[in-house]
Ligand binder design. Sequence first.
Ligand code: ATP
Length: 131
Amino acid sequence: MFYLDIVTPDKPFFSDEVEMVIVRGIEGDMAILEGRAPITTPLKIGKVRIFQNGEEKIAAVVDGYISVVDNKTTIVTEAAEWPHEIDVERAEAAKERAENLLKSEKDNIDIERAELALRRAINRLEVSNLK
Ligand code: ATP
């Protein structure tokens, strides 16, 4: 067991002892177990899978970073939601907005920004389906 904290600018999102956490790092999925060597590395938009008392909890996160120090893991991200907290209509609207921007012929579009918005929306819709 080790301590996991997930922190967002709004609130401490999660703080408890866990058995394992799986995150989407920049080089792919990373499983953190007790006793892991220290690391600090960026996270991608995706899911955080928390394993605790034989159960798995899944949250949607946007990008951020994860740090493991002294057997304590901290995830800092701009936004995190549990499946039941996700407003599906809002995520669908965000997805549509981003898709329309990416399809449009205007030349002043920030493609990278629209792609990130699209990925956040798709991730939220996927996580919301897990409830
Ligand atoms: P939108 O365009 O709908 O604001 P976004 O991807 O730009 O979506 P973020 O900047 O990632 O939103 O998040 C801003 C805040 O809104 C965060 O607190 C996040 O948890 C919350 N949030 C965003 N989308 C949803 C959603 N579909 N359901 C619940 N909370 C959401």
